[in-house]
Design a protein around this ligand. Structure first.
Ligand SMILES: Nc1ncnc2c1ncn2[C@@H]1O[C@H](COP(=O)(O)OP(=O)(O)O)[C@@H](O)[C@H]1O
Ligand SMILES: N[C@@H](CCC(=O)OP(=O)(O)O)C(=O)O
Length: 371
């Protein structure tokens, strides 16, 4: 499987707080310079590389002279806003040594949940990559609240991999890779060399974050690998301290843990729907509709017994069984208020009930994925 990594052309590299910030004591500029050197080498070999980097909060704390990480959201956000400047400055400086420009991209969950913003983010990042610029991506901590944040940058890294259809996601961290158990508390744990990203067994091995400044831990990395695999990207989890880790991984050296993707790729649109962590609403469907969906058919208004939430036409909504189990999600053809009026009705009644008729389906099968 490792041999496939040689052919990777679009690569997302994620570096975690634990690495970038020397465990919270400020930015590790020597390490950042070294990753920049390696990314420049990959670029010179014809690869396109986007960098997802954490570290804003820790860098901001240092600039503000704070020794203890605050708990209040507003102070964390303030620190991130100050620190993001230092973070991108340090990267700009590091990459300029290799005559590469950088660009700052700050994203929230909502940006990728909205189809238009998703498409804009995608086209901007792809254009930057084509221009030879290295996008430096982080979560937009200034405006995120619990409901709209990615929560950790591993998830963000996977979503960026989906967004630009990367073929490889490299997650650099402070461990050699995924171990059979958290090596901090299990000295006998052994390194997993490779496995299938969809293998649920890996989640059981992975634990939470190792240090106070990191958010995700290994479990978010394993989940990120699964998410990245959905758009066909393999994931490598490796140590950012390992000399030349990036260059060696792409030369198929057996470093860290490779969690590989299967060959099946969902179409980009279906991928975008699968990645919705938050849904605009839900449609409760009856058993007849459930059977139709299971046979790969579209969802008609007649099979919908209840509409939950407020949403617009084109939103992504969940299809739930009568017992509340999500069986599918898709792009809905009518707004929630309209769905309520045509629920339980045959499609030929749509025009009479709404005064106009769009499609006869509430969700067309081409715009739906089973979950
Ligand atoms: N099975 C495991 N294998 C390796 N590391 C693990 C495992 N389970 C938990 N961890 C912890 O995850 C930490 C890495 O995650 P995290 O601290 O969030 O880093 P980052 O900031 O790079 O995202 C490691 O330091 C380790 O303590
Ligand atoms: N956006 C935050 C980082 C979030 C975070 O800690 O993520 P991770 O490195 O995955 O544990 C920052 O720049 O400080």
């Amino acid at each position: 499987m490792r041999e496939h990594l040689r052919g990777a052309r679009n690569i997302v590299v994620k570096v975690g707080s634990a690495l970038v910030t020397k465990n919270g004591t400020g930015l590790d500029k020597a390490a950042m310079a070294d990753w920049a050197r390696q990314i420049a080498a990959l670029r010179a070999a014809g690869k396109q590389v986007a960098l997802v980097s954490s570290g804003a909060i820790a860098a901001g704390m240092q600039r503000l002279g704070w020794t203890k990480r605050p708990h209040e959201m507003n102070r964390l956000q303030a620190a991130a806003a100050v620190g993001q400047m230092g973070l991108v400055e340090a990267y700009e400086e590091a990459f300029s040594q290799h005559r590469l420009h950088t660009a700052q991209i700050l994203l929230t969950h909502e940006d990728l949940a909205d189809r238009e913003r998703y498409l804009n983010a995608r086209s901007t990042i792809k254009t930057l990559l084509e221009l030879g610029v290295v996008p430096i991506i982080n979560e937009n901590d200034t405006i995120v609240t619990d409901e709209i944040k990615f929560g950790d940058n591993d998830t963000l890294g996977a979503l960026v991999a989906n967004l630009i259809e990367a073929d490889l996601l490299v997650i650099l961290t402070d461990q050699q890779g995924l171990y059979t158990a958290d090596p901090r508390s299990n000295p006998d744990a052994t390194l997993v060399s490779e496995g299938h990203a969809e293998d649920r067994g890996f989640e059981a091995m992975a634990g939470g974050a190792g240090s106070g400044i990191s958010k995700g831990g290994m479990i978010t990395k394993v989940r990120a690998a699964r998410r990245a695999a959905r758009s066909g990207a393999h994931t490598c989890i490796a140590s950012g301290q390992e000399p030349d880790a990036l260059v060696r991984l792409v030369s198929a050296e057996p470093l860290g843990t490779l969690l590989y993707a299967s060959d099946t790729r969902l179409a980009a649109r279906k991928q975008w729907m699968a990645d919705h962590l938050q849904l605009a609403g839900s449609l409760i469907i009856d058993d007849g509709a459930l059977a139709a969906l299971r046979n790969g058919r579209s969802l008609l208004p007649v099979g919908v017994v209840e509409v939950r939430g407020e949403f617009e036409r084109g939103s992504v909504v969940a299809c739930l069984t009568l017992t509340g189990e999500e069986v599918a999600r898709g792009l809905v053809n009518y707004a929630s208020s309209e769905c309520r009026r045509i629920a339980r009705q045959p499609s030929h009644m749509i025009e009479q009930l709404l005064g106009y008729a769009d499609q006869p389906e509430l969700i067309h099968r081409d715009n739906m994925i089973a979950v």
